[in-house]
Write a protein of this length. Sequence first.
Length: 384
Amino acid sequence: MPLNDLNFYIYGLYALIGCVIIAVIIVLYSFKVDKVAGISNWLFRTYFLMGVIGWAGNILRDAGLLKVDLEYSATAYIIVTCVLLLSLFESFRRLNNAFLLILIHVIFIVYCFLYPEYSKLFTIFSIYGLIFYSIIFLGLAKRTLKTNNIGYAFIAFASFIIVFTSLFQIYVVKIHQNYEIAYGLAVTQSAIGFALVGLGFMTTLLFDKQKQLTLLALNDPLTGLLNRRGMDYKLSVSLTSSERLNKCISAIAIDIDYFKKINDTYGHDAGDAVLIKIGELLSSHARASDVSSRLGGEEFVVVLPDTENDLALGIAERIRKEIELLTIRYEDFIISLTSSFGVSTHCGKIDIDYLLKDADKALYSAKATGRNKVFNFDDLEECS
């Protein structure tokens, strides 16, 4: 096939692929993870390495150093895309689906060898790209909207380019029978697709890492509840809404009674087991708008937006009773515990620091007057 007019263009694309390969390899082997946001890392590595081998073969062929017929290049393209599909979609990795997917790809490969004529080969190549990259485009466009991960958008865009050029390839082959342009389109779509898929995976990986770091910054690693920073972040919208609508927000401060004694008697691992159990209990009670946090040690706080004082007192009493009934098994021991509660309610313009300070004052009174009880800050004001 005469390619002299395309050589400069094609080798420019090869240079682009070389840069992408270096960048992706660095990222792939810097982050040692098995699965990233639904993408199988080891399968993607396999896809990428197979793609590298395929592109190396194309360079050698176009340089005249290796004689490879186009049906072999088409076969390599089909196999690499099959691995890409498996890496991107968990549904394709299920045994029955994977078998069916591989069988369909085998049929396409057999067709390439049965009909190696340029007209039929380019047609089947284009139809294959049209079908399977449409699947990738639709699947990852949906995933982009669901997760807001821009890395999926890169891969979806790469798939869209391949779908579009596949349609144009069919037109060029069927109407104009210009196989040189068809080959140029094949190289172009493969180069751009490979580059964008690699960049998309890197972006997905970095986005996922950023999400993990954000969770670590906003969450308590032991209980999974929010920390103080996470609580402030989640409450920012609720506080603005309460001020605008003159609604009330209540806070429940919680402290595990004699927690130091639990640590001294059973060990710190037992204390951690108790904290985890309390965290699970608070999470199970939380409404969608509630914010449950661990402020440190054995201190917890639950902030209840749009909640009057009487309702907050009822919620606190219900949690207190459930904690009192808890029996936590740790090794050969059964640990029982109680907790003290302080409740405060502010309405209208709310300063979260003052709200928590009032709840903490009520909690201190609960502990000072016998523990294992709920104390209301309003009662504390009346006493004073």
